[in-house]
Ligand binder design. Sequence first.
Ligand code: TRP
Length: 336
Amino acid sequence: MRILSGVQSSGRLHLGNYYGAIRQFVELQNEGEALYFIADLHSMTTVRDGPLRKELTREAALAFLSLGLDPKRAILFRQSDVPEVTELYWILGSVVPQSNLERAHSYKEKLDQGLSPDFGLFAYPVLMAADILLYGSDVVPVGKDQIQHVEFARDWATKFNVTYVKGYDPQDPLGKEKGHAPGVLKLPEARVQEATATVPGLDGRKMSKSYGNAIDLFGEEKETRKRIMSIKTDSTPVEAPKPTENSPLYQLLKLVAPPAEFPALDASWRQGGIGYGEYKKKLVEFFFAAFGPARQRRAELERDPGELERVLEDGARRAREVAAPVMDAVRGAAGL
Ligand code: TRP
């Protein structure tokens, strides 16, 4: 099974990014051949500063490695280090109905906000489909907001195969029946990460960098402590049972506490007798226990910038090896 996903790095990573995406990526590296890339080409639709993009790309790669991605197992690379992806993007674009792109969420949202989108944003889903199809991906772990994109990738792979592969039958994409040919592009499947929706920020809204309510994974120690201590709580007295609904503190404890410790914590929460301040201190403790090792690995990696570069270059080389036979078949079919 080949697993592929990309992340767009928009800044420092926080708990929401970890529990919503990165944790699953790291777990999936044991389930098949995983390819993960930092989508620096996609980031061009929003980040307009070259040196900043370089920095953000590095930051994301560092985070992956610190949080347990094993570069000997999974392939970690920069999207722009595999030039074949932009070639496939063009080839695919020639079979993409414009009407599909006009109803893409990412594009429609910008229009609704009254912004004037550029071609890059309009074409964003085509590049994403190229990312997915170039590596013959079976499974694409994504958040809910990206399902439409994976479905587009399936539709356009089918369209390409129907157009260019003689004997291809969309009802039999693997060409199992006599007289049918298998497709050149494999149809991927989205795997939706359920946890994505449930990481609350300090104020109880969804944790997001843009809301300023995030707890950064690699933030400064004192600042991290201060932020956790500022989590919004209600005025339930110390001795009273605490509500579990709409309590970001409770939800964060549930995520970050060691599984063996949570049940006792949960029981005391429902019983009363302990104040919110104490629970916040617990969360601080759990946070540093959970992410201390990753924070340390990150600091070590930072001291040796050459190491990160070597990992990414090796990843790109391996990714290109995976892409080569697919690209050969695509060029062959299309008469290029
Ligand atoms: N669009 C994705 C996001 O913003 C990032 C991405 C780019 C991606 N290419 C991909 C995800 C291919 C999965 C597969 O989250």
